[in-house]
Design a protein around this ligand. Structure first.
Ligand SMILES: Nc1ncnc2c1ncn2[C@@H]1O[C@H](COP(=O)(O)OP(=O)(O)O)[C@@H](O)[C@H]1O
Ligand SMILES: [Mg+2]
Length: 367
């Protein structure tokens, strides 16, 4: 039997690449004419990137197709090339990002996302370059808070890589896992899928130069936190809690996680949210619905600063729902409160950077 290129390309035309749902030839993945030497065939297949999920199965299918349609005797050698340059190793990710701040809480519903969004916007208003990543896979809230629920981020080609372009609004570059997965299907995700999606949002996005990269994290401690610690050098954590006892107990657990000797992420401070309620008609009155100054005591006990006390204000909730966070209007008391919080965060971050070395990225030995 004599081999010639068309035999091989016809065989490859029977293999569908799941990424395009078209065959390898139509998908323009065959980089060159197959080179043939006796019964030896060498082909070069071009994939979008080295992390392509269909890589292995496609290579197997291509070889099988040649064996089936041409001859079992053919010795197939497949070389792979990639359109997008490989993802840099973890230590070299985000080289132009100066400070990475995780906004955390033990308990859900204490206002972590509200604080993260308003902090990010206020930092931008102070003139810093700010990025915000919503990592709460089961309850992403940034698309709604930024009023960009219908937006789908597009791709850009930069430095030989295909990158996701963050959405830019209110001076903040923002990405949310919610752009790519709806919360109802998120529950069906296996852990590995969630973490690989999260890694893409960090490593394969065009974050560029940032002074502050704010991470809104899910409640508690989870796989997502572990992935963040294994992927990023987190400058420090801001812990959000209400003064309520259960929230404080969970906040303490959150602090302990970051302070764990293997993790070693400095706690920049606490934010007491829903600190009190003041009715519009009685502006002098403060009602301590969830207890008084619980976060102040926790901050003292833990030896960390209390960065802000944010009251319960109906407009915070409404503005969040409407996609126009309170921080946008610093004429208001709330806008001013978040601006003060941003200033406090800048101060504690600078102090931390003077006093402590860069946080090492967590390496977990797999055995
Ligand atoms: N200080 C506040 N005053 C009034 N409503 C608030 C305040 N902080 C948060 N909320 C509201 O509480 C709900 C939960 O807040 P969210 O930021 O989503 O919490 P988390 O991210 O911790 O789950 C949202 O509807 C939000 O608008
Ligand atoms: Mg949230």
């Amino acid at each position: 039997m004599t081999l010639y290129p068309k035999l091989i390309t016809d065989a490859l035309a029977t293999v569908v690449y799941p990424g395009t749902k078209k065959n390898l030839i139509e998908s323009e993945m065959l980089a060159d004419t197959p080179s043939i030497n006796g019964m030896k065939v060498r082909i070069v297949l071009l994939f979008p990137r080295d992390t392509d999920p269909f890589l292995k199965s496609t290579l197997k299918a291509a070889e099988a197709a040649i064996h089936y349609h041409v001859s079992k005797e053919v010795e197939v050698e497949i070389q792979t090339e990639f359109k997008s340059a490989p993802r840099p190793e973890v230590e070299k990710l985000l080289p132009e990002v100066r400070n990475i701040i995780a906004v955390s809480s033990g308990k859900g519903g204490v206002g972590k996302s509200t604080v993260a969004a308003n902090l990010a916007i206020s930092l931008a208003r102070l003139g810093y370059k700010v990025g915000l990543l919503d990592t709460d896979i089961f309850g992403p809230s940034m698309p709604k808070m930024f009023g960009v629920e219908d937006v789908c981020p597009y791709g850009v080609h930069k430095d030989g890589r295909d990158l996701i372009e963050p959405v830019e609004k209110y001076g903040v570059k923002m990405l949310s896992i919610g752009f790519f997965v709806s919360p109802d299907t998120a529950t069906l995700w296996r852990g590995g899928m969630a973490t690989s999606a999260l890694k893409q949002l960090i490593a394969d996005a065009d974050w560029g130069a940032l002074d502050y990269f704010i991470l809104d994290t899910p409640p508690g401690t989870s796989d997502i936190h572990l992935t963040l610690l294994q992927t990023l050098s987190i400058t420090g954590a801001v812990i959000v809690s209400t003064p309520q006892r259960v929230a404080l107990a969970d906040a303490r657990k959150g602090i302990d996680m970051y302070r764990n000797e293997k993790v070693n992420v400095p706690i920049l401070g606490l934010v007491e949210n829903m600190a009190w309620f003041t009715p519009a008609e009685l502006p002098e009155n403060r009602y301590y619905i969830f207890g008084k100054e619980g976060c102040k005591s926790l901050a003292e006990e833990m030896g960390v600063p209390l960065l802000a006390q944010i009251p319960i204000v109906q407009s915070i909730c409404e503005n969040g729902d409407e996609g126009t966070p309170s921080a946008l209007d610093y004429e208001t008391a709330m806008g001013q409160a978040f601006l003060n919080l941003a200033q406090a965060v800048v101060t504690v971050t600078n102090k931390r950077n003077r006093e402590k070395p860069r946080t090492p990225i967590l390496h977990v030995k797999s055995d």
